[in-house]
Ligand binder design. Sequence first.
Ligand SMILES: [Fe+2]
Length: 189
Amino acid sequence: MKNLIGIDQEKAKELSVKLNNLLANYQMFYQNLRGLHWNIKGREFFELHLKFEELYNDAVIKVDEIAERILTLEGEPLHTFSDYLKVSELKEAKGITNGTEGVEIVVKNFSLLILKEREILSLAGDAEDEGTVSLMSDYISETEKTLWMLNSYLRYLAGDAEDEGTVSLMSDYISETEKTLWMLNSYLR
Ligand SMILES: [Fe+2]
């Protein structure tokens, strides 16, 4: 039996369950991002406070799209905190104030979400559900790009990144100090 949009009912049901699982995990992710946006402290406060806001605004759109896809497939989206807590594998991030730790949590959360999205993509492909395929493939490519950026940022926080400004400042100080040392030494002699 096909449903209203021409998808096998059993497969649509299976997809709704998986999408509800993604929804619960995304809601947890959303709340983690809000906590990070509020609690982050330190040198990276301004940039991370804004970045987390950008990410939770994007998450809120995706949460709505996932829920409405479930309804389109004739399922029922989970909508209570108690269900989200029961279903979500993604853990609550509580009281995180450190920037690096916060970004690492976001990377870990995204890595789990992307695995779930790939699984749904393949299931939707089997069910010839192009709507869900296209939704998942958009999420996957966006998340991959975000993961690349967050990973580069983590390297910058760890101090691996090229910092031309500091390099040039230090090399100026060194050459000036070397010259002063030579002069002071000549004076001592
Ligand atoms: Fe805010």
